[in-house]
Design a protein around this ligand. Structure first.
Ligand SMILES: [Zn+2]
Length: 64
């Protein structure tokens, strides 16, 4: 990824609240790992949900 592409994606991040869609998920000993993608800009993120009743926590920084 070039520097200008990173700048563009950071600018884009500021423009909207990401609308995360679940692409896939699987159960691990640590909890449920959920791969999500923003429907608007395509940024991907990995979340970990330690318990079904707890909200997922971001494992990774957003990356396009
Ligand atoms: Zn987005």
């Amino acid at each position: 990824m070039t520097d200008s592409a990173i700048e563009q994606s950071q600018r884009h991040d500021a423009l909207h609240e990401h609308g995360w869609l679940t692409e896939s998920s699987h159960q691990t000993s640590e909890g449920r790992v959920i791969y999500v993608r923003c429907a608007e800009c395509g940024v991907r993120r990995v979340d970990l949900q330690p318990h079904p009743l707890l909200p997922p926590q971001s494992l990774s920084r957003e990356q396009g």
